[in-house]
Design a protein around this ligand. Structure first.
Ligand code: ZN
Length: 409
């Protein structure tokens, strides 16, 4: 495996080193669009600190480092100071071309569950948070990924392996001194009511949702998501949307359902899932949550049902709609999804599997369906040397590359 290791090293140095984290390679700081005259430069990273200068609208200062809520900058007289991230933006050092947008998509190894961060310089989208309360928050802090508030947080559905890590990140569990704010929050709106008195997960999930509601600005709390953005499977009109706060990302809400059907509690919850396509700088990502696609005990190739059937019906009227460069494999590689017809329609170059170690997922039978000489399968449970199989995707020289990120640690 030594040869593989060397190849990975080589690949990572050339493909990724300038992309992780993007913020670390930004060269200058300037004022954001909403600044009218200038931004105070403070002696310390505190709004109570003495003002030692002003960054006038449109002027630039050399970026030194990122700290929570503040950019440390180098003044022209050699002193260092701090400007608020709320009023300033980073200018990347070496974008590929003037029209290119540096970005990196992180699939965080949370052990059980999904936790994805789309980092576009000082803009971020977070999709799910994993079951661990600590892993995502620790990763974000260590890598220095999030600048200012998170522009969009998405919980694909109400299972604990998708939201518990967000409780720590967003501060609803009250542990972090300086949790991250979210400007917008999307969730399917299904209360995971399984008509069972033993469903203790429901109460804690609703506590989380109600707490998030108090923290997100009015109008940014979008639950059920379908009331704000009709999913394409319902509207039959797969139009992409662009949020005012994130001009780089074209988002298509393909599926979300606040009244899901299903023969069991878990099928119902997973049939609520938000499935969305995100296109950044021409690279297409398909995020699927735990959306169902087949009966668990049905062998390959599987007859498309549930969400996968709806998506494939949509694809028939909109050929190429599901095609993506990178697919977050649905439901941790469970046999409840990934029919062969669905995989063939998406036809991803990279199939990323956020594993579920607690549920012994992914299944080998599912991996077999993805296996193809043109495709790279990466999974968060490969137990590499670091034992943290974070996966990062970025664009270099016009193409997307994905690989393990432990090389940077
Ligand atoms: Zn899950």
């Amino acid at each position: 495996m030594k040869q593989n290791r060397a190849a990975i090293l080589f690949f990572l140095v050339f493909a990724f080193i300038s992309c992780i984290p993007i913020s670390s390679f930004a060269e200058q700081v300037t004022t954001s669009d909403r600044v009218e005259s200038g931004v105070n430069i403070r002696e310390a990273a505190s709004s109570n600190g003495p003002v030692i200068g002003v960054l006038s609208k449109g002027d630039k200062l050399k970026f030194v480092e990122s700290v929570p809520y503040w950019h440390k900058v180098l003044l022209n007289d050699g002193r260092e100071g701090y400007v608020s991230k709320s009023w300033t933006v980073l200018i990347p050092d070496s974008p590929e071309s003037p029209s290119s947008i540096p970005f990196a998509v992180h699939f965080v190894d949370v052990g059980t569950g999904d936790a994805i961060i789309i980092d576009m310089g000082d803009k971020e989208i977070v999709i799910d948070g994993g079951e661990s309360t600590t892993v995502l928050a620790d990763y974000v802090k260590r890598v220095g990924l999030i600048d200012g508030p998170i522009e969009l947080v998405v919980v694909t559905h109400g299972d604990s392996d998708h939201w518990k890590g967000l409780a720590r990140l967003l501060g609803t569990d009250g542990v972090l001194d300086a949790p991250y704010a979210a400007l917008e929050f999307w969730e399917p709106g299904y209360d995971r009511d399984c008509n069972s008195s033993s469903d203790t997960g429901r109460a804690s999930y609703l506590d989380f949702i109600n707490s998030v509601k108090t923290k997100v600005p009015a109008g940014g709390f979008k639950r059920p998501l379908e009331h704000f953005h009709a999913p394409a499977v319902t509207s039959n009109n797969p139009q992409s949307i662009t949020l005012n706060t994130i001009s780089h990302a074209k988002i298509t809400v393909l599926h979300t359902d606040s009244t899901p059907s299903g023969n069991s509690c878990s099928y119902q919850i997973n049939n609520a899932a938000i499935v969305m396509k995100v296109e950044i700088d021409g690279i297409k990502f398909l995020f699927t949550g735990d959306a169902n696609g087949k009966e668990r005990d049905e062998n390959s190739p599987g007859t498309p049902k549930y969400v996968e059937k709806l998506l494939l019906d949509l694809e028939r009227n909109n050929p190429g709609l599901l095609k993506a460069d990178v697919l977050k494999v649905p439901h941790h590689g469970s046999e409840t999804a990934s029919t062969q017809a669905y995989i063939d329609a998406v036809n991803p170059k990279y199939a990323i599997i956020s594993a579920s170690t607690r549920h012994h997922l992914p299944k080998d039978t599912v991996i077999n369906r993805y296996t193809n000489s043109q495709r790279v399968i990466l999974r968060t449970d490969t137990n590499r040397e670091s034992n943290k199989d974070h996966i990062v995707c970025a664009k270099r020289e016009g193409q997307v590359y994905c690989n393990y990120a432990d090389i940077y640690e």
